[in-house]
Design a protein around this ligand. Structure first.
Ligand code: NDP
Length: 342
């Protein structure tokens, strides 16, 4: 059995979902309540592969909210993730993806040291961040959606916002070694980590966001920001492709410009309907078929019977492993989400 640990994007989102799901006692509560709410399994999932194989899974809602980080409620945030992991393990789930901020909190606050959660000793090999598949899918979205727009990568500048992150650095490595992209712009706050990435890639220009945006034909957004940024579509190149892989989204602006194309990043579409309710809640356009690539990673590992943390730690994702999970992704019927006709 596979599992997904997820969370909602904001307190307002959590309140409206609680109302929709028939938990009115949760719907009127503020952040304090969510800080003390326990994890819950809220969905049972059945997925059929393009090969015909069928697997079962569970969705675990951790009750974490990004506001907990923004308001420095770190203890609550870390407890949410550890409790959700213990809950997944207690329910016999073999391989569970840590979606959205779950893996970021696990790594940033070094939760590896807290193996014991009450009477459960966490077996970390039962968990995966899902970031190898996410990085592969975002790289494919860059390659394939640029073709849809007639943007030639060999003449293009790609800016990666969150370049030094786990997903961002893997996307940079893929673009560097598997494509002929002309220029890479590397964006993040910590200059030293940017310099090390640049050294590792042997290329790339380190830049601030404001300076980079007007130069980029394509922008990959993979920064771990609790709240999105506002951008002015008129200051971008035209055409410009924005691949927003953040969860919550990195872009706060609803970009409405005929020559600026926003693609939901790190999202896959399955060839068959999936029996679940949860993707409706996170506003997928086609909830029966579209899902986060990190969640799909735990499905792929279950299909392939690989019960190990395929993606773990930080900045260890190799291009070889991205290619490997990419093959399984295609085999089992997942495709990167691409631009739809307007
Ligand atoms: P990491 O924590 O590993 O990396 C985050 C990156 O963002 C770092 O480079 C960090 O560098 C940068 N960053 C953070 N804040 C800012 C800022 N204000 N301005 C510029 N850069 C910033 O995160 P991951 O790679 O694991 O995840 C990245 C994003 O992808 C998250 O939003 C996450 O929720 C989402 N995600 C999406 C998935 C999907 O399936 N679609 C799956 C998993 C994650 P620095 O701190 O130096 O600024």
């Amino acid at each position: 059995m596979f599992g997904l640990i997820g969370h909602l994007t904001s307190l307002a989102h959590a309140q409206s979902v609680a109302r929709d799901l028939g938990y009115p006692e949760y719907a009127d509560q503020g952040l304090d309540f969510w800080c003390s709410a326990p994890p819950q399994i809220v969905d049972n999932i059945t997925v059929t592969s393009a090969t015909g194989q069928t697997i079962e899974g569970r969705y675990v809602e951790s009750c974490f909210l990004p506001e907990m980080l923004a308001s420095r409620r770190i203890k609550a945030a870390t407890r949410k993730i550890l409790n959700a992991m213990a809950h997944a393990q207690k329910h016999g789930i073999n391989i569970t993806a840590l979606g959205g901020f779950s893996s970021i909190i696990f790594e940033n606050f070094n939760l590896q040291q807290f193996e014991q959660v009450r009477n459960i000793k966490l077996e970390f090999e039962r968990f995966t961040t899902g970031n190898t598949h996410t990085a592969y899918i975002i790289s494919q979205q860059v390659e394939q959606a640029s073709k849809q727009l007639g943007i030639n990568l060999s003449k293009s500048t790609v800016a990666v916002c969150g370049a030094t992150g786990d997903i961002g650095s893997a996307v940079c490595r893929w673009l560097n070694s598997r494509t002929d992209v002309a220029e890479l712009l590397l964006i993040a706050r910590d200059r030293e980590r940017l310099r090390l990435l640049q050294e590792d890639l042997g290329r790339g220009k380190i830049m601030g966001l404001e300076e980079a945006l007007p130069q980029a034909d394509i922008v990959v957004w993979v920064a771990s920001m609790p709240k999105g940024v506002q951008i002015d579509a008129n200051s971008l190149k035209h055409p410009c492709l924005l691949v927003d892989g953040g969860y919550p989204k990195n872009l706060e602006t609803q970009v409405q410009h005929p020559e600026v194309f926003v693609l939901k990043g790190g999202i896959v579409e399955h060839t068959l309907d999936i029996d679940w309710r949860i993707m409706q809640i996170v506003s997928m356009d086609v909830p029966a078929r579209q899902l986060f690539a990190c969640f799909a990673e735990s499905m792929l590992l279950e299909f392939e019977k690989i019960y190990t943390n395929f993606s773990w730690g930080r900045n260890q994702i190799s291009v070889q492993k991205m290619a490997m999970i990419g093959e399984w992704s295609i085999k089992h019927g997942f495709q990167p989400l691409l631009l739809q006709p307007r």
